[in-house]
Design a protein around this ligand. Structure first.
Ligand code: SF4
Length: 68
């Protein structure tokens, strides 16, 4: 059986975002800070599960989740 790295879709709900910029610091490949809106935005909508676990854990407001 072969093991392939699966790509998961990233969900971002900024309703409770505290603008801490942690997501951008932890993973600048996925998040970019939008100075106009003063919020993070996604540079890509997919990540490996490992990347997602890391960025989900860094968000104090649980804005980042895995879309099923
Ligand atoms: S880590 Fe979470 S709370 Fe902080 S800026 Fe990113 S989305 Fe907002």
């Amino acid at each position: 059986m072969s093991h392939t790295e699966t790509s998961k879709e990233i969900g971002l709900d900024l309703a409770h975002c505290s603008c801490c910029q942690g997501c951008v610091e932890i993973n600048p490949d996925i998040f970019e800070w939008d100075d106009n809106n003063d919020m993070p935005h996604l540079l890509k909508d997919k990540a490996t599960e490992e990347e997602l676990q890391e960025i989900m854990a860094c968000c104090p407001k649980d804005c980042i989740y895995l879309l099923e």
